[in-house]
Design a protein around this ligand. Structure first.
Ligand SMILES: C[S@@+](CC[C@H](N)C(=O)[O-])C[C@H]1O[C@@H](n2cnc3c(N)ncnc32)[C@H](O)[C@@H]1O
Length: 273
């Protein structure tokens, strides 16, 4: 890939997603996009860039799908779910009348669904023990259509679920058989608590319920450059109810950027009351 084609591709990707690719990502782009370029019958990278630029939004979406990193797993950074059930939910529900009327959570950058379904399991367990009548819902959004398709299928390899308590498997998943041997599907009662939709975090208007009480935006900020991180964190701040929480991944540290949240440690941030 020529430096010129690489720069044009990076510009296109940034314009549509704000995903920032440094100069050392030539090999990554070449390997992720090579198959698509060949499928389209295009000889070189300049032709591919011209094709994406001149074709529909759909081809841009394919490009973003191929470029986005969707790595995730159930109970990733488990400390966040521990803090949620031991501290944050009790505090929120004692202080926020709107949360008591209906708790709203958002997994922003949900990838293939493991994060919002983990959140759903933790909330379901908490509500069963402490607030059986409380209404709650989870919005789960991502820019990647491919990741969202997997999320909506809600089928995962059983040995990779890594559930902290084996009883959760029977309670929240149906084990597959035949061609689905070795896989488990999230039960509909849990799946219906999570609404998936495609959402670019830099689009003008978010179609999620507002205000939010708890927003998970983990391992997403690292893909953006500082200016975009600042913009996104401010925007998330404004849509979280005062007293509500933003949770970011350990690699997303907000230390380097100016933001209005109160830091509670471990990547947990609170909007001031
Ligand atoms: C590494 S995954 C993180 C998944 C999950 N939050 C976790 O921590 O396990 C990052 C996700 O961010 C999504 N993403 C990247 N840029 C985005 C954007 N502009 N808008 C929405 N999602 C985006 C990617 O598609 C990818 O699924």
């Amino acid at each position: 890939m020529s430096p010129h084609a690489f720069d044009r591709l990076c510009g296109l990707i940034h314009r549509h997603s704000r995903i920032h690719l440094g100069p050392n990502k030539v090999t990554l782009l070449t390997s992720r996009l090579g198959k698509r370029r060949r499928e389209l019958g295009l000889q070189d990278w300049e032709d591919y860039v011209a094709w994406v630029e001149s074709h529909s939004e759909e081809e841009v979406e394919v490009l973003i799908d191929l470029v986005s990193t969707n790595h995730t797993h159930f109970f990733r950074e488990a400390i966040h779910f521990e803090i949620l059930k031991s501290e944050l939910l009790d505090k929120l529900l004692s202080l926020s009348p709107t949360a008591r009327r209906g708790l709203r959570c958002w997994s922003a950058g949900c990838s293939s669904g493991e994060e919002p379904f983990t959140l759903a399991i933790v909330l379901a367990e908490y509500m069963q023990q402490k607030q059986p009548d409380l209404r709650w819902q989870i919005d789960a959004t991502d820019i990647s259509n491919r990741a969202l398709e997997a999320a909506q299928r809600a089928i995962y390899e059983t040995h990779r679920l890594g559930l902290p308590d084996p009883s959760l498997l029977k309670k929240y998943f149906r084990k597959g058989s035949g061609p689905y041997e070795g896989y488990s599907k999230v039960k509909p009662e849990l799946a219906e608590k999570v609404q998936f939709q495609r959402l670019n975090l830099f689009e003008q208007q978010y179609k999620v319920a507002l205000p939010q009480h708890i927003v998970f935006c983990r391992n997403v900020l690292i893909y953006f450059e500082t200016e975009s991180q600042v913009q996104l964190v401010r925007r998330l701040h404004d849509l979280i109810e005062p007293g509500g929480y933003l949770i970011v991944g350990h690699s997303d540290s907000l230390m380097r950027i100016k933001h209005p949240f109160v830091s509670l440690g471990n990547g947990v941030y609170q909007r001031a009351q």
